[in-house]
Design a binder for this molecule. Structure first.
Ligand code: ADP
Length: 491
């Protein structure tokens, strides 16, 4: 059942729900069926500029709003998202992203948690004095909102990637222009509606839906009133934004791609490692998450046994339309995603990888209408910079590539031999070894003996080409402020 109507939606600007200035629109597609589920405004440069105008108009009063009042609005939004609006939001995510409904509802809770977390961060010590060493001079440091923020978000977590950016920005006193991914604009509009209903003043959040993201991105980069761009997406687009931001030395936060290693030592709890690996690789947006393991490294002595258990689990996964309660693996987001994943698997096969399970598109029954790629396990893969693309590139699909290793030193070297550095997973019962691994891995996030993922309280972001800045944690809000040192000369 498709719960979102096919009606024409509007976007939110300056407190009004509006069409695109030129009247254009584009279709939102359900990736499980290939059907159009709604039309949304196709915003252009003129809409982006109008949204920045609205945000700029709201800047002074929002920055001057008492922090606790800003926090109250965020708290109410969190409450509404997890109670009365939870089902609507979950359905909307499943409709446009395809992830199973239970997973979508989990995302709604996680997304709402960012409003709650950052509501609790508004009361930070934004003004502090520094002990003066000179007679007649007082020193202090204040933090101020950075100004108008542009947020650009991806489709894989249509709610959480939005709240992880707009919650700290709003908490810090910054108005936001949000440009959601063209694949998942409906969830963004629902979040806008929630914020309107809990009393966010006009212009403090503005949403530009569009099918021409580069055009909107250029407006964000070239308008001096946008002081910061928060982006989650591909490393390729992140680099475009980073280069473009140089012209006005705009602040940027970039949360980019990953190529996470999943390392299992021979002393690990193998059953737990298998369960955790399958859950995070396949049952999290069908492998389309930047913290998904991309490369599995299993120590030689336990490799056969790990692969056997892993393949059994993967073979039993239920793939299908996310609205069916028993399904835990949904579709890929679109045809381009399907072609990319298929291309990586074919390349690996041509270079000698062996498919233990899966390996192709599902064309049976209703699955033929959507973008379903069978949960896949490859062995005999070759990693490293000269290795197979499936190990070098971010796969973003339900494909696990399994390699073996002999020593700890060797696996650290291979795990770090990538330009990415977002997440890493290590399974071992040896606590001294896990301490060494935590320090040795070039990664913004390391999880030991599990793969449940980060929380609101933990700063999240990447090493190397996986990004700049951190979202969440206590650093999250700081990245939306400027530091000002003040010296008062006393008369
Ligand atoms: P993915 O390949 O996962 O879709 P992208 O980096 O292409 O990742 O997309 C992430 C977000 O960046 C989306 O909101 C998309 O519309 C936006 N985007 C894509 N290209 C540009 C661009 N040139 N400038 C600004 N935003 C862009």
């Amino acid at each position: 059942m498709i719960t979102t109507s096919k009606k024409m939606r509007t976007m939110w600007r300056g407190g009004e729900w509006v069409a695109a200035i030129n009247g254009g629109s584009f279709e939102v597609i359900d990736p499980a069926t290939g059907e159009c589920i709604a039309n949304v405004p196709d915003g252009t440069a003129a809409d982006a500029k109008a949204a920045i105008d609205a945000a700029d108009d709201a800047l002074e009063s929002w920055a001057a709003t008492a922090p606790e009042d800003r926090g109250d609005i965020l708290r109410r939004a969190s409450e509404q998202m997890t109670t009365t609006d939870k089902k609507t939001l979950g359905d909307t995510i499943t409709d446009e992203n395809g992830k199973p409904l239970a997973e979508a509802l989990g995302e709604v809770d996680f997304a709402a948690g960012y409003f709650k977390w950052f509501a609790g961060q508004v009361d930070r010590d934004w003004e502090r004095s520094i002990s003066s060493v000179e007679e007649g001079r007082d020193y202090s440091v204040i933090r101020q909102p950075v100004g108008v923020v542009a947020a650009i978000t991806p489709w894989n977590f249509p709610a959480a990637m939005i709240t992880r950016k707009i919650a700290p920005a709003l908490a810090a006193g910054c108005p936001v222009v949000l440009k959601p991914a063209e694949e998942t604009p409906l969830t963004a509009l629902e979040i806008g509606r929630v914020l309107e209903e809990v009393g966010l003043p006009p212009g403090v959040l503005n949403i530009v839906t569009t099918n021409v993201p580069a055009e909107i991105g250029r407006v964000f980069l070239n308008d001096h009133r946008v002081r910061k761009i928060g982006f989650t997406g591909s490393t390729e687009v992140g680099k475009v934004l980073l280069k473009g931001a140089a012209a006005q030395v705009k602040r940027v936060s970039l949360e980019l791609g990953g190529n996470a290693p999943f390392i299992v030592f021979e002393d690990a709890d193998l059953d737990e490692a298998v369960r955790a690996g399958v859950a995070i690789k396949y049952e999290r947006v069908a492998g389309q998450s930047c913290i998904c393991p991309n490369r599995f490294y299993i120590q030689e002595a336990v490799a056969d046994s790990f692969i056997k258990k892993f393949v059994e689990h993967v073979g039993a996964l239920k793939i299908g339309n996310g609205r069916e309660p028993s399904v835990t693996v949904g579709p890929l987001i679109n045809e381009a995603a399907f072609e990319k994943v298929d291309g990586l698997v074919q390349d690996a096969i041509e270079k000698g990888a062996i498919v233990k399970v899966g390996g192709k598109r599902r064309t049976d029954g209703d699955l033929a209408k959507g973008y379903f790629f069978d949960p896949t396990v490859l062995i005999n893969v070759v990693d490293g910079r000269d290795g197979m693309r499936v190990c070098r590139d971010e796969v973003f699909g339900p494909v696990a590539s399994i390699a073996t290793f002999r020593t700890e030193e060797e696996v650290v070297r291979r795990a770090n031999d990538t330009d990415y550095g977002l997440a890493a997973y290590v399974f071992t019962r040896d606590s001294t070894r896990s301490r060494r691994m935590i320090r040795a891995l070039d990664s913004g996030y390391v999880e030991i003996n599990g793969a449940k993922g980060y929380r609101h309280a933990t700063p999240f972001g990447g090493f190397k080409e996986s990004g700049l800045g951190r979202e969440g944690g206590d650093q999250g809000i700081e990245d939306y402020t400027e530091v000002k040192s003040v010296i008062r000369n006393l008369g």
